[in-house]
Design a protein around this ligand. Sequence first.
Ligand code: SME
Length: 156
Amino acid sequence: MQAPTHRIGPEDLVPMVAATLADETDLIANMANIAALVFEALPDINWAGFYLWKEGMLVLGPFQGRVACTRIAPGRGVCGTVAQERRTRLVPDVHAFPGHIACDAASAAEIVVPVLHGERLVGVLDVDSPRLNRFTLVDQNRLEQVVALLVARMTP
Ligand code: SME
């Protein structure tokens, strides 16, 4: 598809991801484009990307934003908690989250969505914001739809 000629907004995210993933099944390529689309479509965010579940650890995957920690153990920080619990965590204030890992001191709010292929944990989608209370249930719903589109492109 053609690159957008205008800045995209939050309501464009799900349709843009659907269009971008339509002809591609490669997981890393699709994660890379999702990171770029999330970073562009959602205002007031400073990091968007994936950690991949590899041999019992989360390992940094495709992302947009500043350099991030490369490995997160299960149960550590928001990402490690989501990997363990396998459900989305919407964190209004990361400093109030026990064990939060501050990759970037500017981050104030965070949302993490698990990527599950059937029963198998593939990784997590992590989005950070410098603004407290940045994420809403509308954002959560959109990001969960984005992850569902990613998983739907994966081969069985
Ligand atoms: N803050 C995350 C770590 C990942 S970075 O923010 C990119 C966490 O607590 O899991």
